[in-house]
Design a protein. Structure first.
Lengths: 120, 157
């Protein structure tokens, strides 16, 4: 399985990768993108199995990325990993097509319990 | 809803423990001013203000070392700024959850000395909490924009 991690912070991409490994997903191919625009190029060329995206990023936000994916009818499992988890954001995320929203800070256990139902 | 010092303490402790694996304890007094680094996120909308994390350089360097898996002395400026930015992003996002909605969170910034002098005085402090992690200190502050004619510093955010 290919997992694309999208976040403008290299520190956070490192944390997500570390947490994925601790949650038992380390044997999968983990790829990175620094913002929504770069992620969209990757997804258009060869859609990964799962996208884990931050919400707030320069150039193209996570929600803008998801909207562009939907416009292009690209089938990809998508979830947010973000510092904000307000009911309004969760609603907007799900209405746009996200499968889940994990809030920071997160633990390997929260990744496991969320991702298990999405990718097994 | 009022965001109290206790709220700031709980959020900062949660972030330090979960993200860095470090224990922190509230302490009295301000964070050390000498060379303090300041990370900032702005909140706009139903609430108009900012959240700042002031930290000793040693604390941010230690955090960078943990996050990037490198010796502290090898942490470069870019990694230190990235680390501080992500820590304030997480803290700010969690504090935003306690504030009136709908509001937006900006991307994080690490403030230069000039930005600190230009921007932060236009805001009043709603609550603040100082912490100690070993020999290092940091302070989390929730600011509200001063409606009494402070500089309109974030009108284009």
């Amino acid at each position: 399985m290919r997992i694309l991690i999208v976040d403008d912070s290299r520190a956070m991409r490192t944390i997500v990768i570390r947490t994925l490994r601790q949650a038992g997903y380390g044997e999968h191919t983990l790829e990175e993108a620094i913002n929504g625009a770069e992620a969209l190029k990757v997804i258009e060329k060869d859609p990964p199995d799962l996208v884990l995206s931050d919400w707030n990023m320069p150039e193209m936000t996570g929600i803008q990325l998801l909207e562009e994916i939907a416009k292009r009818s690209i089938k990809v499992k998508f979830g947010f990993v973000t510092s904000e988890g307000s009911p309004e954001m969760r609603r907007r995320a799900m209405d746009t097509g996200a499968l889940f929203l994990i809030t920071k800070p997160f633990t390997p256990e929260s990744f496991q319990s969320t991702l298990k139902s999405v990718v097994g | 809803m009022q965001v109290t010092e206790q709220d700031l303490c709980q959020i900062a402790e949660m972030v330090w423990t979960t993200v860095l694996g470090l224990d922190v304890a509230p302490t009295s007094g301000g964070a050390s001013e000498d060379g303090a680094l300041i990370g900032c996120v702005y909140i706009s909308g139903a609430f108009d203000g900012a959240v700042t994390l002031e930290s000793t350089p040693g604390m941010v360097r230690r955090a960078s070392s943990i996050l990037f898996g490198i010796p502290e002395e090898q942490a470069e400026d870019g990694e230190i700024r990235d680390t501080l930015g992500e820590l304030i992003n997480i803290i700010g996002g969690n504090i935003k959850g306690l504030l009136p909605e709908p509001s937006r969170l900006s991307v994080p910034e690490v403030l230069s000395g000039e930005q600190q002098r230009a921007d932060l005085p236009s805001r009043c402090t709603l609550s603040s909490a100082t912490f100690r992690c070993g020999a290092e200190t940091m302070r989390v502050t929730l600011h509200k924009r001063d409606d009494k004619g402070g500089a309109d510093a974030d009108s284009d955010r």
